[in-house]
Write a protein that binds this ligand. Structure first.
Ligand code: ZN
Length: 360
Protein backbone atom coordinates (compact mmCIF):
# COMPACT_ATOMS: atom_id res chain seq x y z
CA UNK A 1 0.00 0.00 0.00
CA UNK A 2 2.83 2.34 0.84
CA UNK A 3 4.35 1.50 -2.50
CA UNK A 4 1.19 2.53 -4.33
CA UNK A 5 0.99 5.81 -2.45
CA UNK A 6 4.56 6.51 -3.45
CA UNK A 7 3.72 5.63 -7.04
CA UNK A 8 0.88 8.02 -7.42
CA UNK A 9 2.50 10.76 -5.38
CA UNK A 10 5.49 10.62 -7.66
CA UNK A 11 3.36 10.70 -10.79
CA UNK A 12 1.54 13.78 -9.55
CA UNK A 13 4.82 15.58 -8.99
CA UNK A 14 6.07 14.95 -12.50
CA UNK A 15 2.82 14.97 -14.43
CA UNK A 16 3.24 18.61 -15.35
CA UNK A 17 6.30 17.76 -17.41
CA UNK A 18 4.84 15.12 -19.64
CA UNK A 19 1.69 13.30 -20.55
CA UNK A 20 3.63 10.12 -21.01
CA UNK A 21 5.15 8.96 -17.82
CA UNK A 22 6.97 5.83 -16.87
CA UNK A 23 7.72 4.99 -13.31
CA UNK A 24 9.76 1.99 -12.40
CA UNK A 25 9.36 0.92 -8.85
CA UNK A 26 12.46 -0.37 -7.19
CA UNK A 27 13.34 -2.31 -5.16
CA UNK A 28 11.47 -5.30 -6.38
CA UNK A 29 9.69 -8.04 -4.62
CA UNK A 30 9.86 -11.77 -5.13
CA UNK A 31 6.67 -13.32 -6.37
CA UNK A 32 5.63 -16.86 -5.50
CA UNK A 33 4.07 -17.54 -8.89
CA UNK A 34 4.17 -21.32 -8.79
CA UNK A 35 2.09 -22.77 -6.01
CA UNK A 36 4.29 -24.08 -3.25
CA UNK A 37 7.63 -23.16 -4.82
CA UNK A 38 8.57 -19.50 -4.71
CA UNK A 39 11.25 -18.93 -7.35
CA UNK A 40 14.07 -16.74 -6.16
CA UNK A 41 14.96 -16.15 -9.82
CA UNK A 42 11.76 -14.18 -10.42
CA UNK A 43 11.49 -10.47 -9.73
CA UNK A 44 8.58 -8.19 -10.41
CA UNK A 45 8.71 -4.46 -11.17
CA UNK A 46 5.92 -2.11 -12.03
CA UNK A 47 5.87 0.45 -14.82
CA UNK A 48 3.21 3.14 -14.72
CA UNK A 49 2.47 4.82 -18.03
CA UNK A 50 -0.34 7.32 -18.25
CA UNK A 51 -3.15 5.73 -16.26
CA UNK A 52 -2.00 2.19 -17.02
CA UNK A 53 0.03 -0.29 -15.05
CA UNK A 54 2.45 -2.87 -16.38
CA UNK A 55 3.58 -5.58 -13.98
CA UNK A 56 6.81 -7.01 -15.33
CA UNK A 57 7.99 -10.37 -14.04
CA UNK A 58 11.54 -11.28 -15.00
CA UNK A 59 12.18 -15.00 -14.83
CA UNK A 60 15.96 -15.47 -14.80
CA UNK A 61 15.93 -19.12 -13.85
CA UNK A 62 17.61 -20.20 -17.12
CA UNK A 63 20.21 -17.40 -17.35
CA UNK A 64 20.76 -14.02 -15.70
CA UNK A 65 19.09 -10.96 -17.23
CA UNK A 66 20.01 -7.33 -16.55
CA UNK A 67 17.02 -5.85 -14.81
CA UNK A 68 18.09 -2.36 -15.86
CA UNK A 69 18.25 -3.33 -19.56
CA UNK A 70 14.97 -5.21 -19.42
CA UNK A 71 13.09 -2.39 -17.72
CA UNK A 72 14.44 0.22 -20.16
CA UNK A 73 13.34 -2.03 -23.03
CA UNK A 74 9.85 -2.32 -21.53
CA UNK A 75 9.68 1.46 -21.02
CA UNK A 76 10.69 2.15 -24.62
CA UNK A 77 8.06 -0.21 -26.01
CA UNK A 78 5.37 1.19 -23.70
CA UNK A 79 6.30 4.75 -24.69
CA UNK A 80 6.13 3.81 -28.37
CA UNK A 81 2.60 2.36 -28.32
CA UNK A 82 1.50 5.27 -26.12
CA UNK A 83 2.91 7.78 -28.60
CA UNK A 84 0.95 6.12 -31.40
CA UNK A 85 -2.39 5.53 -29.68
CA UNK A 86 -2.32 8.55 -27.37
CA UNK A 87 -2.50 6.22 -24.40
CA UNK A 88 -1.41 2.75 -23.35
CA UNK A 89 -4.05 0.41 -24.85
CA UNK A 90 -5.24 -1.39 -21.70
CA UNK A 91 -5.39 -0.44 -18.02
CA UNK A 92 -3.32 -3.36 -16.75
CA UNK A 93 -0.78 -5.59 -18.49
CA UNK A 94 0.98 -8.61 -17.05
CA UNK A 95 4.31 -8.97 -18.85
CA UNK A 96 6.42 -12.09 -18.32
CA UNK A 97 10.01 -11.87 -19.53
CA UNK A 98 11.66 -15.29 -19.57
CA UNK A 99 15.41 -15.61 -19.95
CA UNK A 100 17.38 -18.00 -22.12
CA UNK A 101 21.10 -18.53 -22.54
CA UNK A 102 21.85 -16.60 -25.73
CA UNK A 103 21.35 -13.37 -27.61
CA UNK A 104 18.26 -11.51 -28.76
CA UNK A 105 14.52 -11.46 -28.22
CA UNK A 106 12.16 -14.16 -29.43
CA UNK A 107 8.79 -15.89 -29.13
CA UNK A 108 6.64 -12.94 -28.10
CA UNK A 109 3.04 -13.99 -27.38
CA UNK A 110 0.08 -11.82 -26.44
CA UNK A 111 -3.26 -12.87 -24.95
CA UNK A 112 -6.39 -11.07 -23.87
CA UNK A 113 -6.79 -13.22 -20.79
CA UNK A 114 -6.07 -11.97 -17.26
CA UNK A 115 -6.78 -8.44 -18.45
CA UNK A 116 -3.93 -8.60 -20.97
CA UNK A 117 -0.86 -10.84 -20.91
CA UNK A 118 2.41 -10.86 -22.86
CA UNK A 119 5.12 -13.50 -22.58
CA UNK A 120 8.41 -12.93 -24.33
CA UNK A 121 11.87 -14.51 -24.18
CA UNK A 122 15.07 -12.49 -23.83
CA UNK A 123 18.62 -13.82 -24.06
CA UNK A 124 21.08 -13.21 -21.25
CA UNK A 125 23.72 -12.08 -23.78
CA UNK A 126 21.46 -9.39 -25.29
CA UNK A 127 23.26 -6.05 -25.15
CA UNK A 128 21.58 -2.77 -24.26
CA UNK A 129 21.96 -1.78 -27.93
CA UNK A 130 20.26 -4.99 -29.06
CA UNK A 131 17.37 -4.32 -26.69
CA UNK A 132 17.12 -0.79 -28.12
CA UNK A 133 16.88 -2.24 -31.65
CA UNK A 134 14.24 -4.80 -30.74
CA UNK A 135 10.88 -4.54 -32.48
CA UNK A 136 9.16 -7.56 -31.01
CA UNK A 137 8.01 -6.20 -27.67
CA UNK A 138 6.47 -3.12 -29.32
CA UNK A 139 4.77 -5.45 -31.83
CA UNK A 140 3.27 -7.46 -28.97
CA UNK A 141 2.03 -4.31 -27.24
CA UNK A 142 0.39 -3.13 -30.49
CA UNK A 143 -1.63 -6.38 -30.37
CA UNK A 144 -3.18 -5.10 -27.14
CA UNK A 145 -4.83 -2.27 -29.10
CA UNK A 146 -6.99 -4.33 -31.47
CA UNK A 147 -9.91 -6.66 -30.68
CA UNK A 148 -9.32 -10.41 -30.94
CA UNK A 149 -10.29 -11.88 -34.29
CA UNK A 150 -11.45 -15.21 -35.69
CA UNK A 151 -8.75 -17.40 -37.25
CA UNK A 152 -9.37 -16.32 -40.85
CA UNK A 153 -8.76 -12.72 -39.83
CA UNK A 154 -5.37 -13.14 -38.14
CA UNK A 155 -3.95 -11.16 -41.05
CA UNK A 156 -5.41 -7.91 -39.66
CA UNK A 157 -4.04 -8.59 -36.17
CA UNK A 158 -0.55 -9.38 -37.46
CA UNK A 159 -0.64 -6.90 -40.32
CA UNK A 160 -1.61 -3.96 -38.12
CA UNK A 161 1.08 -4.91 -35.58
CA UNK A 162 3.72 -5.19 -38.32
CA UNK A 163 2.71 -1.86 -39.85
CA UNK A 164 2.19 0.17 -36.67
CA UNK A 165 5.24 -1.04 -34.70
CA UNK A 166 7.99 0.93 -36.51
CA UNK A 167 5.78 4.04 -36.77
CA UNK A 168 5.09 3.88 -33.04
CA UNK A 169 8.82 3.64 -32.32
CA UNK A 170 9.57 6.58 -34.62
CA UNK A 171 6.98 8.70 -32.83
CA UNK A 172 8.60 7.97 -29.48
CA UNK A 173 12.08 8.67 -30.90
CA UNK A 174 13.11 5.03 -30.51
CA UNK A 175 13.54 4.39 -34.26
CA UNK A 176 14.14 6.41 -37.41
CA UNK A 177 12.00 7.02 -40.48
CA UNK A 178 14.97 6.21 -42.71
CA UNK A 179 15.33 2.75 -41.19
CA UNK A 180 11.59 2.12 -41.40
CA UNK A 181 11.27 3.00 -45.10
CA UNK A 182 14.39 0.99 -45.88
CA UNK A 183 12.83 -2.06 -44.22
CA UNK A 184 9.41 -1.50 -45.81
CA UNK A 185 10.88 -1.27 -49.33
CA UNK A 186 12.66 -4.56 -48.63
CA UNK A 187 9.81 -6.40 -46.89
CA UNK A 188 6.48 -5.06 -48.17
CA UNK A 189 6.68 -7.11 -51.42
CA UNK A 190 6.41 -10.23 -49.22
CA UNK A 191 2.77 -9.24 -48.73
CA UNK A 192 1.84 -9.31 -52.42
CA UNK A 193 -0.36 -12.23 -53.53
CA UNK A 194 1.45 -15.16 -55.10
CA UNK A 195 0.08 -17.62 -57.62
CA UNK A 196 -2.99 -19.44 -56.30
CA UNK A 197 -3.80 -16.71 -53.78
CA UNK A 198 -7.47 -16.55 -52.77
CA UNK A 199 -7.49 -13.27 -50.89
CA UNK A 200 -6.53 -12.35 -47.33
CA UNK A 201 -9.32 -14.31 -45.63
CA UNK A 202 -8.44 -17.55 -47.41
CA UNK A 203 -4.66 -17.50 -47.83
CA UNK A 204 -2.99 -18.22 -44.52
CA UNK A 205 0.66 -18.17 -45.53
CA UNK A 206 3.22 -16.35 -43.39
CA UNK A 207 3.77 -13.70 -46.09
CA UNK A 208 0.10 -12.90 -46.56
CA UNK A 209 -0.70 -13.02 -42.85
CA UNK A 210 2.08 -10.66 -41.68
CA UNK A 211 3.00 -8.65 -44.76
CA UNK A 212 -0.27 -8.96 -46.66
CA UNK A 213 -1.96 -7.52 -43.59
CA UNK A 214 0.70 -4.80 -43.35
CA UNK A 215 0.19 -3.98 -47.03
CA UNK A 216 -3.55 -3.62 -46.39
CA UNK A 217 -2.81 -1.16 -43.55
CA UNK A 218 -0.28 0.79 -45.62
CA UNK A 219 -2.60 1.17 -48.62
CA UNK A 220 -5.46 2.15 -46.29
CA UNK A 221 -3.27 4.70 -44.48
CA UNK A 222 -2.23 6.43 -47.71
CA UNK A 223 -5.82 6.37 -49.02
CA UNK A 224 -7.29 7.87 -45.82
CA UNK A 225 -4.66 10.60 -45.97
CA UNK A 226 -5.36 11.30 -49.62
CA UNK A 227 -9.12 11.55 -49.03
CA UNK A 228 -8.79 13.79 -45.96
CA UNK A 229 -6.14 16.09 -47.45
CA UNK A 230 -3.70 14.53 -45.01
CA UNK A 231 -5.67 15.57 -41.93
CA UNK A 232 -6.34 12.00 -40.80
CA UNK A 233 -4.68 8.65 -41.19
CA UNK A 234 -4.95 5.01 -40.20
CA UNK A 235 -3.83 6.08 -36.74
CA UNK A 236 -7.13 7.91 -36.24
CA UNK A 237 -9.12 4.87 -37.40
CA UNK A 238 -7.19 2.56 -35.06
CA UNK A 239 -7.59 4.98 -32.16
CA UNK A 240 -11.32 5.00 -32.96
CA UNK A 241 -11.44 1.21 -32.63
CA UNK A 242 -9.56 1.34 -29.34
CA UNK A 243 -11.71 4.17 -27.99
CA UNK A 244 -14.85 2.18 -28.84
CA UNK A 245 -13.59 -0.55 -26.50
CA UNK A 246 -11.95 -2.69 -29.18
CA UNK A 247 -8.86 -3.93 -27.39
CA UNK A 248 -7.46 -7.46 -27.16
CA UNK A 249 -9.71 -8.37 -24.26
CA UNK A 250 -12.71 -8.20 -26.61
CA UNK A 251 -13.78 -10.54 -29.44
CA UNK A 252 -15.08 -8.51 -32.35
CA UNK A 253 -16.08 -9.38 -35.89
CA UNK A 254 -13.67 -7.89 -38.39
CA UNK A 255 -16.59 -6.05 -40.04
CA UNK A 256 -17.36 -4.30 -36.76
CA UNK A 257 -13.73 -3.28 -36.26
CA UNK A 258 -13.37 -1.91 -39.79
CA UNK A 259 -16.71 -0.10 -39.64
CA UNK A 260 -15.73 1.46 -36.32
CA UNK A 261 -12.39 2.56 -37.76
CA UNK A 262 -14.04 4.02 -40.85
CA UNK A 263 -16.59 5.83 -38.72
CA UNK A 264 -13.78 7.44 -36.70
CA UNK A 265 -12.38 9.10 -39.82
CA UNK A 266 -15.72 9.63 -41.59
CA UNK A 267 -14.84 7.44 -44.59
CA UNK A 268 -15.33 3.90 -45.87
CA UNK A 269 -11.75 3.16 -46.90
CA UNK A 270 -11.25 0.13 -44.65
CA UNK A 271 -14.57 -1.55 -45.50
CA UNK A 272 -14.09 -1.00 -49.23
CA UNK A 273 -10.53 -2.26 -49.24
CA UNK A 274 -11.56 -5.34 -47.26
CA UNK A 275 -14.40 -6.08 -49.70
CA UNK A 276 -11.86 -5.97 -52.54
CA UNK A 277 -9.08 -7.91 -50.87
CA UNK A 278 -10.79 -10.54 -48.75
CA UNK A 279 -11.52 -13.20 -51.34
CA UNK A 280 -9.28 -12.45 -54.30
CA UNK A 281 -5.68 -11.54 -54.98
CA UNK A 282 -5.12 -7.81 -55.48
CA UNK A 283 -1.68 -6.72 -56.63
CA UNK A 284 -0.38 -3.38 -55.32
CA UNK A 285 1.89 -1.24 -57.49
CA UNK A 286 4.44 -0.67 -54.75
CA UNK A 287 6.98 0.90 -57.09
CA UNK A 288 4.45 3.63 -57.92
CA UNK A 289 3.64 4.16 -54.23
CA UNK A 290 7.30 4.54 -53.24
CA UNK A 291 7.78 7.03 -56.04
CA UNK A 292 4.74 9.13 -55.10
CA UNK A 293 5.73 9.10 -51.42
CA UNK A 294 9.32 10.00 -52.18
CA UNK A 295 10.95 6.77 -51.01
CA UNK A 296 13.77 6.03 -53.42
CA UNK A 297 15.77 2.84 -53.07
CA UNK A 298 19.42 3.56 -53.65
CA UNK A 299 21.46 0.39 -53.50
CA UNK A 300 21.28 -0.86 -49.94
CA UNK A 301 19.85 2.40 -48.59
CA UNK A 302 16.90 4.67 -49.27
CA UNK A 303 16.75 8.37 -50.04
CA UNK A 304 13.69 10.31 -48.88
CA UNK A 305 12.63 12.90 -51.44
CA UNK A 306 10.64 15.78 -49.96
CA UNK A 307 9.72 17.07 -53.42
CA UNK A 308 7.70 13.95 -54.29
CA UNK A 309 3.95 14.49 -54.84
CA UNK A 310 2.91 12.68 -51.64
CA UNK A 311 5.96 13.54 -49.51
CA UNK A 312 3.71 15.35 -47.01
CA UNK A 313 1.70 12.15 -46.58
CA UNK A 314 4.90 10.17 -46.04
CA UNK A 315 5.99 12.58 -43.33
CA UNK A 316 2.55 12.50 -41.70
CA UNK A 317 2.67 8.69 -41.61
CA UNK A 318 5.98 8.98 -39.79
CA UNK A 319 5.29 11.74 -37.31
CA UNK A 320 1.61 12.63 -37.47
CA UNK A 321 -0.41 15.30 -39.19
CA UNK A 322 1.31 18.68 -39.12
CA UNK A 323 -0.39 20.99 -36.65
CA UNK A 324 -2.23 24.14 -37.74
CA UNK A 325 0.61 26.13 -36.16
CA UNK A 326 2.96 24.87 -38.82
CA UNK A 327 1.03 26.91 -41.38
CA UNK A 328 -1.03 24.06 -42.79
CA UNK A 329 -4.23 25.87 -43.73
CA UNK A 330 -5.90 22.59 -44.61
CA UNK A 331 -5.98 21.68 -40.93
CA UNK A 332 -9.07 23.10 -39.28
CA UNK A 333 -8.40 25.04 -36.11
CA UNK A 334 -9.41 23.10 -33.06
CA UNK A 335 -9.62 19.85 -34.99
CA UNK A 336 -9.99 18.12 -31.67
CA UNK A 337 -7.92 15.54 -29.93
CA UNK A 338 -6.64 13.69 -32.95
CA UNK A 339 -3.06 12.64 -33.33
CA UNK A 340 -1.76 16.20 -33.26
CA UNK A 341 -1.74 15.82 -29.52
CA UNK A 342 0.61 12.90 -29.64
CA UNK A 343 3.16 14.77 -31.71
CA UNK A 344 3.96 16.84 -28.66
CA UNK A 345 4.30 13.68 -26.64
CA UNK A 346 6.88 12.08 -28.86
CA UNK A 347 9.73 12.81 -26.50
CA UNK A 348 8.33 11.55 -23.28
CA UNK A 349 10.10 11.97 -20.01
CA UNK A 350 10.85 8.73 -18.31
CA UNK A 351 10.97 8.55 -14.58
CA UNK A 352 13.36 5.79 -13.76
CA UNK A 353 14.20 4.69 -10.26
CA UNK A 354 13.54 8.09 -8.80
CA UNK A 355 15.30 10.30 -11.27
CA UNK A 356 14.13 11.91 -14.48
CA UNK A 357 15.86 11.23 -17.75
CA UNK A 358 14.93 12.39 -21.18
CA UNK A 359 14.51 9.62 -23.68
CA UNK A 360 17.00 9.91 -26.46
ZN1 ZN B 1 2.08 -10.67 -33.74
Amino acid sequence: MGRMDFTFGFREIFSKFSRVMVLVLLPCCFLPLNAGSAKAAEVTSTVMIGGSRIDVTIDSSEAPLSQTDVMRWVQNAAESVTAYYGRFPIPHLTLRVVSFDGNGVRHGMTWGRDGGLIRIFAGSKTSAADFADDWMLTHEMVHLAFPSQADEHHWIEEGSAVYVEPIARIRASHWTAMKMWHDLVRDMPKGEPKEGDEGLDHTHTWGRTYWGGALFCFVADVEIRKQTKNRKGLVDALRGVLDAGGDIREDWDLEKALKTGDHAVGLDVLEKLYAEWKAKPVQVDLAAMWKELGVEANGGTVVLNNDAPLAAIRRAIEMGTPSAKAGDKASPAGAGATENDSASATRPLAVFAGRTAKSQ
